[in-house]
Design a protein around this ligand. Structure first.
Ligand code: SAM
Length: 258
């Protein structure tokens, strides 16, 4: 039985692993980077789908034997890095076009994504399985309960396309939650000009007090009424009603005031 440590819920269903691999498009150019291959169910699907090269990062040494068997079956196409994906600079691994494809360990899924988004244009696309509630947040539109910091930062940098849900029973052992596969396509340029660091500060302030009006929640960043005026926003609006471009305008206003 796979251990629960390090977020282990394995997928062996060939239909599902094939669907995830196909969601990343043609794989015969560049490199596919897989995070947490475990015993290699998705790895096999990526290679069967024609991946030129798969670079797999796995923390658990007990998975290395199974991955070595896959390497023997597909000589020269699989390399395995044993280590913590949080400390690997994936933006420079392998060759472009780079695609990240992964059934992520859920305990580190959001920090991994936020790290990759800092180098979003390094990737052709990211096809990732998260728990469903995270994908709901990534794809959320304004005026919904799921819309928040993760929605704004991700949609500012990427087009977000949920693909399909995966029932807990598809995994061994079944996790407590439903999962969703999502495809992220990094934009050549962010949706509107802004600095990522400032956008992070603005969204942290605004959504940190999401029920409050901007004229209150933005106080830590400067004069909130002046910032809203410069960004063309109503200071009595609340964070959850502001589109991504509005947050980018606020970030520019903060940087201009500084
Ligand atoms: N991809 C496999 C599958 O679909 O069957 C396994 C997915 S399982 C949800 C997550 C895998 O990520 C486990 O094999 C676990 O050992 C590995 N893992 C957990 N934390 C990790 C980390 N920080 N860096 C690299 N791998 C990690």
């Amino acid at each position: 039985m796979p251990a629960r440590r390090w977020g282990k819920n394995f997928l062996f269903d060939l239909n599902l692993t094939g669907r995830i691999a196909r969601a990343a498009g043609a794989l015969d150019q560049g490199s596919v980077i897989e995070i947490g291959p475990g015993p290699g169910g998705l790895t096999r699907a990526l290679l069967a789908h024609g991946a030129r090269e798969v670079i797999a990062i796995e923390r658990d040494p007990r998975c290395l034997g199974a991955l070595a068997e896959i390497d023997q079956a597909c000589p020269g196409r699989l390399s395995v890095i044993q280590g913590d994906a949080l400390s690997v600079d994936v933006a420079h691994l392998g060759e472009a076009p780079r695609r990240i494809v992964a059934n992520l360990p859920y305990n580190v899924a959001t920090p991994l994504l936020l790290g990759w988004l800092k180098h979003a244009t390094a990737f052709e696309c990211l096809v990732l399985m998260f728990q469903k509630e995270v994908v709901d947040r990534l794809a959320a539109r304004p005026d919904t309960k799921d819309y928040g910091r993760l929605s704004v930062i991700t949609q500012w940098l990427c087009r977000v396309t949920p693909q399909f849900e995966v029932h807990p029973k598809a995994f061994v052992p079944p996790p407590a939650v439903t999962s969703t596969v999502v495809r992220l396509d990094p934009r050549p340029e962010p949706l509107a000009p802004a600095r990522l660091e400032t956008l992070e500060r603005v969204t942290a302030a605004a959504f940190g007090q999401r029920r409050k009006m901007l004229r209150t929640s933005l106080k830590p960043l400067g004069d909130p009424v002046a910032l809203c005026a410069a960004a063309g926003l109503d200071p009595t609006a609340r964070a959850e009603t502001i589109p991504v471009e509005g947050f980018a305008a606020l970030a520019r206003a903060v940087d201009e005031e500084a």
